[in-house]
Design a protein around this ligand. Structure first.
Ligand SMILES: NC(=O)C1=CN([C@@H]2O[C@H](COP(=O)(O)OP(=O)(O)OC[C@H]3O[C@@H](n4cnc5c(N)ncnc54)[C@H](O)[C@@H]3O)[C@@H](O)[C@H]2O)C=CC1
Ligand SMILES: O=C(CO)COP(=O)(O)O
Length: 343
């Protein structure tokens, strides 16, 4: 359905996958001049002709006014807002290509829940490093692309130190079924989105091993404790983790096989190799790389993250699952809640 907007903007979405398509459909539906860029001209042509992104969101009609292009310059020219929905592995390469094509003051919004391979740069770091004079934000929350396009009531978070950017993104994305909350803790929101993928692998594995709801609840709650402990050690605000981008996305991703990360864990739990599981899913599962990076960082900083160590041991150290579970269950029994509202 087309919504009238009093302030139509020019918006590009970079990335031809499921989340890029979902975001592009929302903003086009809100009456903005919207272009979706995908690198492959054949895929762009197929989406244009069928008015459907058959590979990533089969059966979902693309908005009639959404313009799909494989020409980067055409897609981003004159844009007020650019959403970057490119997997972390290729994020820098795409931002570097797009940087010289932007007008000053463009709002650049990452939707990517990952950490750059081989270093510890988050996507907003890359946006700042590769461009000058742009306004940067991060979008993250409990947001399965498939449920967004199906019109399920959904909320997300826009994080930026730039308050007016937050307002503009809230207005551009808000619809009858989509709400956008704001935060000024960019690092916390972004870290939460990346970290929760690890724990979705863990709970997917627990589901494959036929563990019940007690186990899932234990895992989700202790995952949150670990995420907050790590966030605090890294200088983020742990309270951000009790919001939509933290516990909201953690519950979502750890409870549903719509999550690719959960499915990786499930397949490994059923005996498949990690490579086989990733190949079978055929879409990005950011958590696999994030496990490696967080394990390394937590070890360097001396942060206690038993679930990260456990899933790392299973995925990358060829340790048998029963042995890893035994170790986890025999670890020290400490305080439940380490944070207190009392002064
Ligand atoms: N799918 C979802 O429900 C959600 C995904 N996200 C995040 O959004 C990011 C993107 O995810 P999806 O769209 O779901 O991934 P996807 O696997 O569905 O699609 C990724 C897209 O990126 C493109 N791509 C890969 N390398 C590229 C390159 N070098 N240049 C240009 N394009 C390239 C692929 O061709 C594909 O179109 C991920 O970091 C994910 O964590 C965030 C919220 C929800
Ligand atoms: O981040 C997501 C939902 O909020 C999607 O999770 P997956 O990348 O595991 O599919």
């Amino acid at each position: 359905m087309q919504k009238e907007t009093s302030n139509p903007l020019t918006i590009a979405v970079l990335g031809g996958g499921s989340f890029g398509t979902a975001i592009a459909n929302i903003v086009a539906g809100n009456g903005h001049d919207t272009r979706q860029w995908m690198r492959d001209s054949e895929s762009a042509e197929a989406c244009r002709e069928a008015r459907e992104n058959h590979k990533y969101l089969p059966g979902v009609a693309l908005h009639p006014e959404l313009c799909i292009s494989s020409d980067l310059q055409e897609a981003v020219q004159g844009c007020d807002i650019i959403f970057v929905a490119i997997p972390s592995k290729s994020f820098r390469e795409v931002v570097r290509r797009v940087a010289p094509l932007l007008k000053p003051g463009t709002m650049l919004i990452s939707t990517t829940k990952g950490i750059e391979h081989d270093n510890f740069h988050l996507m907003s770091d890359i946006l700042r490093e590769e461009t000058t004079g742009m306004r940067v934000g991060v979008l993250s929350g409990p947001n399965f692309a498939k449920e967004i396009v199906a019109g399920h009531y959904t909320a997300t978070v826009i994080a930026s130190e730039d308050e007016s950017l937050c307002k503009d993104i809230q207005t551009a994305l808000h619809s009858e079924t989509f709400r956008v909350y704001s935060s000024n803790d960019v690092f916390g929101v972004e870290l939460a989105g990346a970290l929760k993928n690890i724990y979705a692998i863990v709970t997917g594995m627990a589901a494959a091993l036929d563990r019940g709801q007690n186990t899932i609840s234990l895992l989700i709650t202790r995952s949150l404790a670990e995420m907050m402990r790590f966030a605090e050690a890294m200088g983020a605000d742990p309270m951000t983790f009790i919001g939509l981008a933290g516990v909201g996305d953690l519950i979502l991703t750890c409870s549903s096989d719509l999550s690719r990360n959960y499915r990786v864990g499930y397949l490994v739990g059923k005996g498949k190799s990690l490579d086989r599981a990733v190949a079978e899913i055929g879409q990005v599962a950011e958590g696999v790389n994030t496990v490696r990076l967080i394990k390394q960082k937590a070890d360097e900083m001396g942060v206690y993250m038993p679930l990260v160590s456990a899933i790392h041991a299973i995925l990358f150290e060829e340790r048998p699952i029963p042995e890893v579970i035994r170790n986890l269950m025999s670890g020290a029994q400490t305080f439940d809640v380490a944070y207190s509202a009392k002064p």
